[in-house]
Write a protein that binds this ligand. Structure first.
Ligand SMILES: [Zn+2]
Length: 142
């Protein structure tokens, strides 16, 4: 019997979600200059074809394990201090890069990719605002 994704060209996106609370401030950005806090939701996605033996794209436990490595750095922290020097932004020195939702999403995607073949990270800042960092060339599953 056939029917695995590899035979059909179908990919599956698996996602797992985490939550953390943190403070930050964005120098020079009106309404964000003073220290304030958010509840952040992190959605990690792995897109691929299910393994022909396990039927899985990725083991959820591997994603959870990767999260546990980074959670203490973020949860109940001041992101300007906690991520100082860790954020990547090509136009500025990383020590000066502000912890925007965009740059933290990029940081998290790079972190997760050290553990699992993550293809996107969607970082929600509160209920309504999010940034999606994804591996170039990959479509985001809705
Ligand atoms: Zn903010």
């Amino acid at each position: 019997m056939t029917g695995f994704a590899g035979h059909t060209g179908i990919e599956v996106t698996v996602t797992k979600r985490f939550k953390f609370s943190a403070a930050h401030h964005l120098p020079g950005v009106e309404n964000c200059e003073r220290v304030h806090g958010h509840t952040f939701y992190v959605e990690v996605g792995v897109t691929g074809e299910p393994d022909p033996v396990s039927g899985m794209v990725v083991d959820f436990e591997d994603i959870r394990s990767a999260w546990q490595h980074v959670e203490p750095l973020l949860d109940h922290q001041d992101l300007n201090e906690a991520l100082g020097g860790r954020l990547w932004w090509e136009t500025r020195e990383s020590a000066d890069a502000p912890p925007t939702t965009e740059l933290v999403a990029v940081y998290l995607l790079r972190h997760f990719r050290a553990f699992v073949p993550a293809t996107h990270v969607r970082l929600w800042e509160g209920d309504n605002n999010s940034a999606i960092a994804k591996v170039a060339g990959r479509e985001l599953a809705v």
